[in-house]
Design a binder for this molecule. Structure first.
Ligand SMILES: Nc1ncnc2c1ncn2[C@@H]1O[C@H](COP(=O)(O)OP(=O)(O)OP(=O)(O)O)[C@@H](O)[C@H]1O
Ligand SMILES: [Mg+2]
Length: 255
């Protein structure tokens, strides 16, 4: 049995190479890291460095060329219940309401409707969408849409939450607000979070630890603990320690 003192996720010698008729492209090279339970980890790196590829492998959506991913002591071979995912584009079902989108994963797993409804309403409260249960996706703002996607990813009570640039399409102020909301949800639900972002300031503000990935082929250039006190405040973004951390990440990514 896996003990709760063991890391939740262990990634070993991970490598991903895409091959087609035009040749091959190495997206990830020798990725090694492990993540403790309830840690909030951000992964930063330039465009094309393999961040989304990493998320797909961790989620069991893509088989790596070599290496392994072990979640809670079990090798990841396919998508599984203990992992929730939020993508940059929420991909909500346009004809389903906010409530209907959030209950969908439970309908698929045949949870009784009353129970699914109860759980979804609780999450709607958690993500701040009370009153919008019957709205359709086309009537929601970008921030509200991502709140629905976050609630949907939490509905099966996953241990690990993977977020791939969830706030990439939002304006700067909404993005900051959503970051703070995500921290609140993380504290309330005690999840382990891996969030991809290309924004190093966002990463330092949110994370316990930031992994910086090099340009293609992606490998981990820097594994940086963020010792800033929690709860974090907006003005922390301007502190000397904060700026120093962002500088180190910037240099690592530039390489
Ligand atoms: N299915 C695929 N087949 C071939 N090449 C792919 C495939 N998926 C990704 N790639 C390539 O792998 C590299 C890494 O892509 P990936 O989408 O993981 O980068 P990323 O870091 O998420 O970039 P961005 O910040 O722009 O989202 C890119 O060069 C991309 O073209
Ligand atoms: Mg990406």
């Amino acid at each position: 049995m896996n003990s709760s003192a063991d890391p939740l996720l262990v990634v070993k010698d991970l490598e991903v190479t895409f091959t087609d008729q035009n040749g091959s492209l190495q997206a990830l090279n020798q990725i090694n890291f492990s993540i403790e339970r309830e840690q909030f980890v951000c992964v930063v790196g330039p465009s094309g460095s393999g961040k989304s590829t990493l998320v797909r492998v961790l989620a069991g959506l893509l088989k790596p060329t070599s290496g392994s991913v072990v979640l809670d002591g079990v090798p990841v071979k396919e998508p599984r219940l203990g992992v929730g995912i939020v993508f940059q584009k929420a991909n909500l079902m346009p004809w389903r309401t906010v409530l209907g989108n959030i209950t969908l994963p439970l309908e698929i797993s045949h949870t009784p409707a009353g129970e699914a409804d109860r759980q979804a309403r609780e999450l709607i409260g958690l993500v701040g969408l009370t009153g919008f249960e019957d709205w359709l996706p086309r009537d929601l703002s970008g921030g509200m849409t991502q709140r629905v996607a976050i609630a949907r990813s939490l509905i099966q009570d996953p241990d690990l939450l993977l977020l791939d640039e969830p706030f990439g399409a939002l304006d700067a102020l909404t993005r900051e607000k959503m970051g703070a909301e995500l921290l609140r949800i993380w504290r309330a639900r005690k999840k382990t979070v891996i969030m991809i972002t290309h924004d190093i300031w966002e990463a330092v503000f949110l994370a316990d630890r930031v992994l910086a990935i090099s340009p293609q082929p992606g490998n981990i250039r820097l594994d940086l603990p963020i010792p800033l006190e929690r709860p974090r405040r907006e003005e922390d973004r301007f502190s000397t320690d904060f700026v120093k951390l962002t500088k180190r990440l910037r240099e690592a990514i530039k390489g």
